[in-house]
Design a protein around this ligand. Structure first.
Ligand SMILES: [Zn+2]
Length: 63
C-alpha cells in the first residue's frame, strides 16, 4: 500500500529506492498523486511556520 508511505516520502525520509517506486506510482495513479501533493503542501506550510516562528524570536532574522 503506497499510500501509507506517502507521509514519509513527503517528509523526505524515504530511501532513494523507495522514492523512485513512489514517484513512478504517482505518475500512474491520480489518487495517490493528489494525496502526495496535499502532503507536500502541508509539509511546506510546516516549514514556513517554523521559519516565521524563527523570525519572530529573532533567529535567522539578522540582516
Ligand atoms: Zn495509488
Amino acid at each position: 500500500m503506497i499510500r501509507r508511505q506517502l507521509g514519509m516520502w513527503a517528509r523526505g525520509s524515504s530511501s532513494v529506492r523507495r522514492t523512485r517506486l513512489i514517484v513512478s506510482h504517482l505518475a500512474s495513479c491520480p489518487d495517490c498523486d493528489t494525496i502526495a501533493t496535499m502532503l507536500a503542501e502541508a509539509n511546506d506550510e510546516l516549514h514556513a511556520t517554523a521559519r516565521s516562528a524563527g523570525t519572530v524570536t529573532g533567529l535567522g532574522a539578522r540582516s
